[in-house]
Design a protein around this ligand. Sequence first.
Ligand SMILES: *Cc1c(COP(=O)(O)O)cnc(C)c1O
Length: 458
Amino acid sequence: MSENHTGTAAPTLLERDAGLLWHPYANLDAGALYCVNSAAGSQLELAGPGGSHRVIDGMSSWWSAVHGYNHPTLNAAAHAQIEDYSHVMFGGLTHAPAVELAERLRAAAPPGLEHVFLADSGSVSIEVALKTAVQYQGARRRAGRHRFLALRGGYHGDTLGAMGVCDPVDGMHSAFPGLVAGHLFASRPPRARFEPDAGNAEGGLWAYDTEALEAWEGQVRRQVAETTDTLAGIVVEPVLQGAGGMYVYPPQVLRILRAIADEEDLVFILDEIATGFGRTGKYFAGEWAGVVPDLMCVGKALTGGYVTLAALLVGQKVARVIAASDTDTILHGPTFMGNPLACRIAAASMDLLAIPDAGGAPAWKTAVTALQTGLHTGLQPAMELACVSDVRVLGGIGVIALDRPVDVTALTHAAVRAGAWVRPFRNLVYLMPPYVAEPEELSRLCSAVTGAIAEVHA
Ligand SMILES: *Cc1c(COP(=O)(O)O)cnc(C)c1O
């Protein structure tokens, strides 16, 4: 509580927030636990129970703030664009920020993804991808193809179309009867582990049950054969299912799905919204399998977490069919499409990722390799806790799985007291720190989180 001039305590921001604002998937009356006073580098200063706390950010604001907060280069890009103009419509007009960002995306993307559709958020880019796939099938005179093959445990966003391809149970499809389309869900592929190994050209080795994968492939092929004339495409998060459970599966799955898509002329969509821009150890996670999708969605880290922006990258095959169709356009066009402020920051963020280090490796690669090593070492002690069933690391992602649901509020408070910001869900406490986290910050983050788990659950 702070004192105002009459001597009575003024309500804090937390108190003013309660009952006024909704937070993601949270009760209206108690949606926020802390208030952010400042944010810089990999650290946040929070106010809440116990006063103010300086914490290391283990979340990168839901995977987005890869360069941390208050980054001078991104600040400068934002200021410069605001001095020019913050927004102009994209209908009939273009501008340098959009063109320069699209050129960077095309250069960074797998070969063949030559065209860019800018969207407001990850979910919206998924909507556009699904619509584009259905338009493609329509243009190919394959009417009735409007369903998608997706994976159990997947997450693709919260808007209706995107929700429809999320896991049907976790995505709470039953709460929205009639609004969520009936798609085809394949079971989760077998789990994979990535074992870091500096001596290997890929930086490590994938381990998984090859027989289980063969069985999975057979099952998916049977499902597709039964429903193929209603399917428009396949949509998956490559290699790592994020919000659906931080689940890592073998890259080989992507080759299998690519082959099925080719055989059946389905549009193959990779949702790189969480995995893109280096997080898994490849610039795009689809590179683990060397597959090129027909459509690819990027978002989250695209602007370095500064403002919302996403993009759909479109391969030549789909673009040509759409261009030759009766409508000849992608049937979407939001008000803030191609927002110059967001594009300018995104281009600056991609440039930061690409800066070569002394050995010539791009900055993101060096940073993510260091995160992988630091998480691997830093999270080892968590394996000693009786309540921990698994610890897994891939690139800049560290996951601690408990043998029980996490007490989210108690764990959040314990972690903040110990100097870490995390947002666990289900039985998972995961870390996805900013790429700029110092080795010392990373080890403090790992021990704070391990300590908090021991305090609350051991
Ligand atoms: C976050 C996320 C989305 C949705 O993006 P929003 O910007 O929240 O709409 C879609 N797919 C994946 C894989 C995500 O992680």
